[in-house]
Design a protein around this ligand. Structure first.
Ligand code: SF4
Ligand code: SF4
Ligand code: SF4
Length: 195
């Protein structure tokens, strides 16, 4: 089983429930970088204007540079493809934050260790969904098994022709986006956005 996440941009209202719920669940203090950021982009010129709001987090790459650069064996990818950090081994060297092409690794304030979304590994191992998926009121987030072609996520990825962001990075993300214009001008997943 390989876990993945599908984000249907057409269903995201920008309510921030996923951002706030994630910070709550992981006990991330106010002011500290959260695991999810919302992109809020407006493109075009009046009257032909489009607005795009969607969450961006660790892309859970199958070939994660954040793991391969870690010299302390702290970054790892588990048997279900979830990328995370062993906080007991992390020395806070920040190499992984430089290596991530999506700008999705950052240093926590407490203890200066590397942080990032790990699909709520603690919850998933107990058979639950990631917290963002559970809190989303519009079902914009679908989590499931990418190895099973019959799973809801695999079916929707096929139906909606969903794609990862910035495939040119060649890290094989396991986070997919549906109904997003992937050619959005000025869009960069590592662009700074409010926490
Ligand atoms: S998005 Fe960045 S932090 Fe996440 S797995 Fe890929 S390289 Fe690592
Ligand atoms: S900050 Fe931690 S996880 Fe990142 S490369 Fe350094 S030791 Fe590894
Ligand atoms: S909870 Fe759902 S609708 Fe709200 S911002 Fe997150 S993805 Fe969008």
């Amino acid at each position: 089983m390989t876990y993945g996440l599908l984000i249907d941009v057409s269903k995201c209202t920008g309510c921030r429930s996923c951002v706030v719920g994630c910070k709550n669940w992981h006990d991330i203090p106010a002011g500290e970088h959260g695991r999810i950021r919302l992109m809020d982009l407006t493109t075009g010129e009046y009257p032909d204007v489009s607005r795009w709001i969607f969450p961006v987090m660790c892309m859970q790459c199958a070939y994660p540079p954040c793991v391969s650069v870690c010299r302390y064996d702290a970054g790892f990818i588990d048997e279900h493809g979830i990328v995370s950090v062993n906080l007991k081994k992390c020395v806070g060297c920040e190499l992984c934050t430089l290596a991530c092409p999506y700008g999705q690794r950052h240093m926590g304030q407490k203890g200066k260790v590397a942080k990032g979304c790990d699909f709520c590994m603690d919850r998933v191992r107990e058979g639950q969904q990631p917290y963002c998926v559970e809190t989303c009121p519009t079902d914009a987030l679908i989590f499931g098994d990418l190895d099973n072609p019959q799973s809801t996520i695999s079916t929707l990825i096929q139906q909606e022709k969903a794609q990862p962001l910035k495939k040119k990075f060649r890290t094989r993300p396991k986070v997919f986006y549906a109904n997003l214009n992937h050619g959005l001008p000025g869009f960069s997943p590592s662009r700074k956005a409010p926490h």
